[in-house]
Design a protein around this ligand. Structure first.
Ligand code: IVH
Length: 701
């Protein structure tokens, strides 16, 4: 390169910098601000779409000008991780990484290297799955947890002690007994989220956002869920998140040394840690290979994400002799699975209609085997996503699978296009009933507005049956009922006769009777369930409970205006609007009359459970300060389960103030007003006396 050209490119760069720097700064600042509001204050300030737009613009600029990327740019970190606020701690013993092998040859080469260094040694191996989580270093001094630090760059990590203390799998104190407790010991392992927990968390976040009328910001995968939940400023948020921990290693240890990896694991167990129940000790490399092959094919039968298996030479003396290359120990290796990702052809995009009329595009794929299952469908979420990824019918696409979550399409392989691909247009009419599709401004989702649409009828019926717990009324039965014209709306279900049911394929007298009995029994479901079961847009289970409790009856709800409904605690304008739109539909009154005819509960039962189960009925509670034994969520839920209400502030009429550590001004105010004041021990004892003390979280391993 001549000096001339270097000059030009340098000046190009500075030109780009000065043009783009203000915009980059602004984008980064706004994203950070949104992250802070979302992750730390738990109250999003911008919508998901706006957030995505900011991120997209930032990424576009950075892709075009990679030299402008800064290490602290929001694009450079795992989503879900906040960046600020934790103090840095240097690890006493560095946290290493692991070299990878991907083929049997590479695995043999690993063993041969070890054999060259220790020619006379015989090796045996401890194998266990490599968990796709975050590694954690826990320091115990005289048996008590004193520090929890993330891996960071291996040398320096972040102090998240307050947060790890809330994780049930992490003991506050080492168990005393068979194995001595060293003065100081560092226990290492992985913090992660089980897939079912991750999905439940996302469901909960979506539901909370719906009730609060904000846009949910969901985690993309379980690892992000674990990272985002661990790196919280408020440990109570971490406490409410379902995190798991498995221990697998020691860092620093004073005064004692296990002789083998197996012994090390036995010590961890004796001290009260969960270790991998899938661990296997093998004496031949071929068995280690077989273990890897076994878990590669069973990968999705493990209930958390794993991306390989770790093999460790068992003998710790051999480990020490083998030592390290750079940051990787020679005595351990990560045998990585082929990614659960593959290429296939996008054959078509088919739109399905949900119970609220929401139209969801689904990809039909040329069948592809991924991680032991054949995939021929993937969800595409909405039209924007298809446009953003520029997916065209006939494209070769990259498909990714995460556990049992429906697979997603990562991108189209643009280089493989030959011009025959077709741009897909979102339908302008409902594919089932032909009604013109509607889409509100700012909403990514398009709807079929026709509530009589057969697809909506089926989906509503399935939802109704699930919520009202009608056994025997599943997808196939619901489809046939609608198809045969037996059921148009959910109220029709209650007028079905045995004769009707016997016309459905597969039903005999006994199964028909069972179904009719299940339908009859569902009449006892409370008003809040009925309201949820109707499948009104945005009215989830929790919102339905609040509305039922606040409005008390369907008649009151029909008469209520938007302001009345959105005045209910936790009900925002979106839900209120949607409900009022529903109550104002001409057919709604007729439909409600049918529900009444069907003898469903359209009035809230005051105190549905017998008084004996609701000893706190009529009493109000307020919690202040930090609790130790219970999370705030647990305490509030337990109080409510006994019929108590949670107050929003201290007033004369407050029945109980429960005070934890470092209480605020509420305590003084309660004292002044003469409100009864209790400590956490009182609450714990009272809940226990009514059998309502939240149990220890169960360990699944
Ligand atoms: S043993 C000397 N065992 O993998 C290293 N690591 O790529 C000792 N990991 O940062 C680590 N599951 O977070 C070990 N069963 C397991 C593991 C595991 C996940 C992670 C660990 C480490 C990374 C190395």
């Amino acid at each position: 390169m001549t000096d001339d050209r270097r000059d030009t490119s340098a000046s190009d760069k500075s030109q780009a910098m000065s043009d783009l720097a203000p915009r980059l700064d602004e984008l980064r600042a706004r994203i950070r601000e949104a992250d802070r509001a979302y992750y730390q204050d738990d109250s999003p300030t911008i919508s998901d779409a706006e957030y995505d737009q900011l991120m997209r613009e930032l990424r576009e600029i950075e892709t075009a000008h990679p030299d402008l990327i800064t290490p602290d740019s929001p694009t450079q970190r795992v989503s879900g991780e906040a960046t600020t606020g934790f103090s840095k701690v240097r690890h006493r013993v560095p946290m290493l990484s692991l070299a990878n092998a991907r083929t049997p040859d590479e695995l043999r080469a690993w063993e041969q290297r070890a054999a060259r260094i220790l020619p006379d040694a015989r090796f045996s191996y401890v194998c266990e799955p490599k968990i796709d989580g975050l590694s954690m270093n826990l320091t115990y001094e005289r048996g008590r947890l004193s520090l929890g630090v993330t891996r960071g760059d291996g040398a320096i990590g972040e102090d998240v002690t307050a947060n790890v203390r809330t994780i049930h799998d992490i003991p506050a104190e080492l168990k005393r007994g068979e194995i001595d407790i060293p003065e100081v010991v560092e226990v290492r392992g992985e913090i992660f989220m089980r897939r079912a927990d991750f999905e439940a968390l996302n469901d909960r976040l979506a539901e909370e956002a719906r009730v609060a009328d904000t846009t949910p910001r969901l985690f993309a995968n379980a690892r992000n869920g674990a990272a985002g939940s661990l790196r919280q400023k408020d440990a109570r948020v971490t406490a409410s998140r379902p995190l798991s921990f498995l221990a697998y290693h020691l860092g620093y240890i004073e005064g004692m040394e296990p002789r083998t990896q197996s012994e090390l694991v036995a010590w961890l167990r004796a001290w009260g840690f969960a270790t991998s129940p899938l661990m296997r000790h093998v004496t031949e490399l071929a068995e280690a290979q077989a273990y890897a092959d076994e878990y590669a094919s069973r990968r999705f039968t493990v209930d958390y994400d794993i991306d390989g298996v770790v093999m460790k030479i068992d003998d710790r003396w051999q480990q020490q002799e083998l030592g390290y290359v750079a940051r990787d120990p020679r005595w351990a290796i990560a045998y990585k699975f082929a990614p659960a990702e593959g290429n296939t052809r996008l054959l078509d995009i088919v739109v399905t209609v949900g119970r609220t009329g929401a139209l969801t595009p689904n990809a039909r794929l040329e069948p592809l085997k991924l991680g032991g299952v054949t995939i021929s469908n993937a969800t595409l979420h909405n039209a924007d996503e298809i446009a953003r990824k520029d997916l065209r019918i006939g494209d070769v696409v990259v498909v990714q699978r995460h556990g049992d979550v429906i697979p997603g399409i990562t991108k189209a392989v643009v280089e493989l296009r030959d011009g025959s691909e077709r741009v897909w247009e979102f339908p302008t009419v409902c594919p089932v009933c032909g009604s013109p599709v509607t889409r509100d401004e700012g909403d990514a989702v398009a709807y079929c507005p026709n509530s009589e649409c057969a697809a909506q009828q089926v989906e509503r019926l399935i939802h109704f049956s699930n919520v009202m717990d009608i056994r025997g009324l599943g997808t196939a039965v619901a489809e046939r009922m609608v198809q045969q014209g037996l059921v148009h709306d959910v109220a029709d279900v209650f007028h079905l006769t045995e004769e009707d049911v016997l016309t459905l394929p597969g039903f005999k007298k006994k199964s028909a009777d069972n179904l009719l009995r299940a339908i009859h029994t569902s009449r006892a479901q409370p008003f809040s369930r009925v309201l949820y079961a109707l499948g009104i847009r945005y009215v989830g289970a929790k919102a339905a409970e609040i509305i039922a409790e606040g409005m008390l009856s369907m008649d009151a709800l029909l008469a209520a205006d938007e302001a009345t409904i959105s005045a209910l605690p936790g009900i925002g304008p979106t839900i209120a609007k949607s409900l009022v739109a529903w109550t104002r539909l001409p057919q709604t009154h007729e439909f409600v009359a049918k529900l009444r005819d069907a003898r469903l509960q359209l009035v809230a039962q005051e105190g549905p459970a017998p008084a004996g189960d609701r000893p706190f009925a009529g009493e109000t509670f307020l919690l202040t300060g930090s609790l130790e034994r219970l999370t705030r969520g647990q305490a509030e839920q337990a109080i409510q389960s006994l019929g108590g209400k949670i107050a929003s502030g201290v007033t004369k009429t407050l029945s109980h103030l429960v005070v934890g550590g470092s209480p605020g001004s509420k305590l003084a105010k309660a004292e002044k007003l003469g409100v009864p004041i209790h400590d956490e021990a009182w609450l714990v004892a009272t809940l226990a006396a009514h059998d309502a003390l939240p149990g220890e979280r169960k360990r699944l391993d």
